[in-house]
Ligand binder design. Sequence first.
Ligand SMILES: *Cc1c(COP(=O)(O)O)cnc(C)c1O
Length: 336
Amino acid sequence: MTLPASAPTLADIRAARDAIGGLVLRTPSIVARELSALAGQDVLLKLETLQPIGAFKLRGAANAISRLSDKQKRHGIGCCSTGNHGRAIAYAAARAGIRATICLSALVPEAKVRAIRDLGAEVRRIGNSQDDAQAEIDRLARSDGLTDIPPFDHPHVIAGQGTIALELLEDRPDLAAIVVPLSGGGLISGIAIAAKALRPEIRIIGVSMENGAAMHESLAAGRPVEVTEVPSLADSLGGGIGLGNQWTFPICRALVDQTILVSEEEIYRGIQALMGDQKLVTEGAAAVGPAALIAGKLKLDGPSAMIISGHNVDPDQFLAIASGQPVKIGDQTIRG
Ligand SMILES: *Cc1c(COP(=O)(O)O)cnc(C)c1O
């Protein structure tokens, strides 16, 4: 299977690394002792939780902003997002002196909304899905000339996320696999392009939650399909891939070796495992790799890395999970 002609290349991802260097942290990868013992291989954790906004999405946002024209910068930028992309756009725009408008669905947790406002962006809450929020952004693009920076399906965003793989392979050139939380697929697409260009035999594995795994369902169907959005501990993995998806669907189809689904109980245990192993505070989306390993759904046959993608979790929810108490998500009660 071939990539779209306009898909980013290794050279684009290297250029992105230079462009975002002032704003984005080069994060460490640390060995997780207990997860490594369980896997029988070194398991490295790539700590994107340490980024200034607490998630990797700053990489893609910073790269997209670096590529705007002066005219686009004057009219401002915007996006709709389940949270971390919005934070990233708000933070990177404020640093660049650009106005940012973020549209969010009503399902996005209040803590994330407040965090975006605190970063200096205007927030509008619209409807109950990513699609409703996107319609409002499209309207602002037509009426105000705002530039929409999408959360995943954009070559500059994909190239920014791909910088993670450059760092990982510097740290461990012999990696056999990279395990990546998977939603719209911007993160895994960038990582797959860079990693496979540098190390063709590497395996790229995506992990999503069972309820509403849009890319997994789309890959199975052979075309982008819609999924129902369901509240999840991995709220950052919610939302569709877009029926008009141009880049991440074909890139995932060509380069992702395997996708795995994990249940809410398994995600709960993944969060506990990262807390127990390395005392990490993580959100559910970041814990799906450990969750798959602990559940026996992921087999690793060489040193592997897991992208610990973010830590923007409601503190009460995290504390409940860390201390083994049940948590309510929508109308489900999750126990470890
Ligand atoms: C956005 C996000 C993901 C998934 O990234 P995609 O590019 O949409 O696949 C995973 N983890 C966190 C914390 C995120 O914010």
